[in-house]
Write a protein that binds this ligand. Structure first.
Ligand code: SAH
Length: 237
């Protein structure tokens, strides 16, 4: 927790914030080893960041006095990430990583090689997804939550969603063996598609290319989804 992310409902009129959830309280005690008087970095969900002084810390409650919050969160990456739904543990980690890296738009997509059972995972419950996004924001010192959309059919995605997504973005499909190398240091709005652990099937790559996406590779090493996404985002932007 490099940032204590506060919900607007945790602030009062006097400029104090109260937090009472066990996760953040335990983190304050055990990782920060915080004691009253300490100044810590805080941010309000969707808003600004700054410092706050810890006034009181008990097993049930932490009270902070906020200094004026004037710092804007860091800029977002110009990318909409379309991720074939990975297995639940990989999903949790990937959501955290990409949130920390500054992705604000995420679509989780069904493809042929996504196990159908993954769509039943409790990791996809809105509150679970929210938890992983919050961990990513706290890690990277950001306050703006990404939006996560579930797209459970490949064909409806291609026909109904993809044309609008590509209207104002360059589409790039990460797929080993493509002739084009992954571009470097771009700043244009991008739609980045990353396949499942078994990869996209050739038909899916064809459909994406027909819709206007370019296939590209990251070199001869086949990376795990979470590693590939991190490598792709850092190389692209
Ligand atoms: N088994 C698949 C690879 C799956 S890796 C195969 O051999 O084709 C999971 C996803 O990570 C891929 O679908 C792709 O989107 C991305 N990825 C991993 N390594 C990559 C590489 N070297 N180049 C491009 N994309 C890669």
């Amino acid at each position: 927790m490099n940032l204590i992310l506060l919900h607007p409902g945790e602030l009062d009129q006097q400029g104090q914030a109260r937090i009472s959830d066990p996760r953040r309280l335990a983190h304050l005690r055990e990782v920060h080893r915080a004691t009253p008087g300490d100044r810590l970095t805080v941010g309000v969900q969707g808003g600004k960041m700054g410092k706050a002084q810890l006034i009181e810390l008990t097993r049930e409650l932490a009270i902070f006095a906020l200094e004026p919050l004037t710092e804007a969160p860091p800029p977002a990456l110009p990318v909409h990430l379309v991720l074939a739904l990975p297995r639940p543990r990989m999903l949790a980690r990937t959501l955290e990583h990409v949130t920390a890296l500054g992705v604000k738009d995420i679509t989780l997509l069904h493809t042929k090689r996504v196990e159908k059972s993954y769509w039943q995972s409790p990791e996809l419950l809105p509150e679970k997804i929210h938890q992983h996004l919050v961990l990513g924001l706290e890690q990277a010192r950001d306050t703006r939550l990404p939006s996560v959309v579930l797209s459970k059919g490949f064909r409806p995605f291609i026909e109904e969603q993809l044309p609008a997504l590509l209207g104002e973005r360059r589409g790039l499909v990460a797929h080993p063996g493509m002739p084009m190398e992954c571009p470097r240091g771009i700043s244009e709005q991008t739609l980045l598609l990353v396949g499942p652990e078994g990869g996209f099937i050739p038909w899916e790559v064809e459909k994406l290319q027909e819709a206007g996406c370019q296939g590209m590779h990251l070199g001869p090493r086949i990376l795990r989804v979470e590693t590939a996404v991190t490598a792709l985002l850092s190389r692209l932007f």
